[in-house]
Write a protein that binds this ligand. Structure first.
Ligand SMILES: Cc1cc2nc3c(=O)[nH]c(=O)nc-3n(C[C@H](O)[C@H](O)[C@H](O)COP(=O)(O)OP(=O)(O)OC[C@H]3O[C@@H](n4cnc5c(N)ncnc54)[C@H](O)[C@@H]3O)c2cc1C
Length: 325
């Protein structure tokens, strides 16, 4: 019988929302393989996060505590998570493909001698022979892979596995002292320079308004920000304007930026290069504003406005603001 272990993420003792997507994937694997799922959480004083995770229907919560886990570093967390995987007898280890998930899981896989599939967007099959679907070449091809090792490690794309809802009940929590080999730690946490924003996080927002080179100049990006703020959304950008230094690089959407899947994605003055599409075609409704009727962005748009953005965007912002009263 399979046992699926979710690697939970926490920041400042609070469970990261992205963990709920890994829980959904873990439940699907447990169901397909006739097994159960458990959750591992690591940190230094994370009773609150463990208690929160206990409401999602897991068979057990493994809470690993150590002073070296007070702040995330890949080496310390990989040691703790591998310990949890061994202690629980996990046959599958699943994390969401966030910056932390992508950073820690290969190290966990190496410690478990496990094969790994990253950025999984779908799981096919039943029983022992599961097949994992993952995008390749900027999402132009979906590869199907199998993992043949006894323990299998996966990262899943949050945009393709919905957030798990609380299941009621309370999973048993086993609190363990993590065994950290301090001599093997060659990374040290120095500090976090977090970008503070009133806007929702790009990967969690239900509305994203992104701007591209059609804006002509950095000073015009405010048109995108005003529309996003009127809709209570996040702002994104094409790589062209990130590379030009108009906006911070953590606003980039696409193959080498963030993958987003909001309810509404509005692309302003973005041509729709395949590398940009790789980051936003999972959006529920896509609106494109571009003056070129042949721009590739229109091939993925649900609503396309062939217009000059300098007229259309301020008008749209004005009308939405007026409707909101
Ligand atoms: C390895 C690699 C990785 C990459 N990763 C990414 C990535 O993650 N994300 C990403 O975005 N790109 C990525 N790129 C770059 C990508 O190929 C494109 O160069 C980039 O997306 C183009 O950005 P853009 O659409 O803003 O600019 P352009 O392609 O120059 O498009 C500007 C658009 O604005 C329109 N426009 C101009 N004036 C107006 C106006 N007044 N009103 C309305 N519309 C107007 C034009 O018709 C045009 O369609 C990557 C490239 C490579 C090689």
């Amino acid at each position: 019988m399979s046992k699926v272990l979710v690697l939970a993420e926490q920041q400042g003792g609070k469970v990261a929302k992205a963990t709920l997507n890994a829980i959904t994937a873990a439940k699907a694997i447990a169901q397909k393989t006739g097994g159960s799922f458990e959750i591992a959480i690591a940190g230094n004083g994370v009773d609150g996060a463990a208690a929160e995770l206990a409401g999602y229907g897991a068979a057990a919560i493994h809470q690993l505590e150590h002073a070296a886990l007070a702040q995330y570093t890949a080496q310390a967390y990989a040691q703790a998570f591998a310990q949890a995987a061994k202690a629980s007898g996990a046959t599958f280890v699943v994390a969401t493909a966030t910056a932390i998930g992508k950073d820690v899981t290969p190290r966990v896989a190496a410690r478990l001698d496990a094969g790994m599939a990253s950025d999984v967007v779908g799981i096919e099959g039943e029983g022992a022979a599961l097949v994992y679907k993952r995008p390749m070449w900027a999402g132009n091809v979906i590869g199907k892979v199998k993992i043949n090792t006894p323990v299998k490690v996966l990262t899943v794309r949050g945009t393709d596995f919905g957030a798990a809802a609380p299941a009621g009940g309370s999973s048993p929590i086993s609190k363990l002292a993590a065994q950290i080999d301090a001599g093997a730690l060659r990374m040290k946490y120095v500090g976090l320079e977090a970008v503070k924003s009133e806007r929702p996080a790009l990967t969690e927002a239900s509305v994203v308004v992104s701007g591209g080179r059609g804006l002509k100049d950095a000073s015009n990006f405010k048109l995108v920000e005003q529309l996003a703020d009127t809709l209570g959304g996040a702002v994104g950008a094409s790589r062209a304007i990130v590379d030009a230094g108009w906006v911070p690089n953590d606003w980039q959407v696409g193959q080498t930026g963030k993958v987003v899947a909001p309810k509404l994605y509005i692309a302003v003055g973005i041509s729709g290069a395949i590398q940009h599409l790789a980051g936003m075609t999972g959006s529920k409704t896509i609106v494109a504003i571009n003056k070129d009727p042949d721009a590739p962005i229109f091939s993925v748009a649900d609503y396309g406005l062939v217009a000059d953005l300098f007229e259309a965007v301020p008008e749209l912002t004005r009308r939405i603001a007026a409707r909101k009263g």
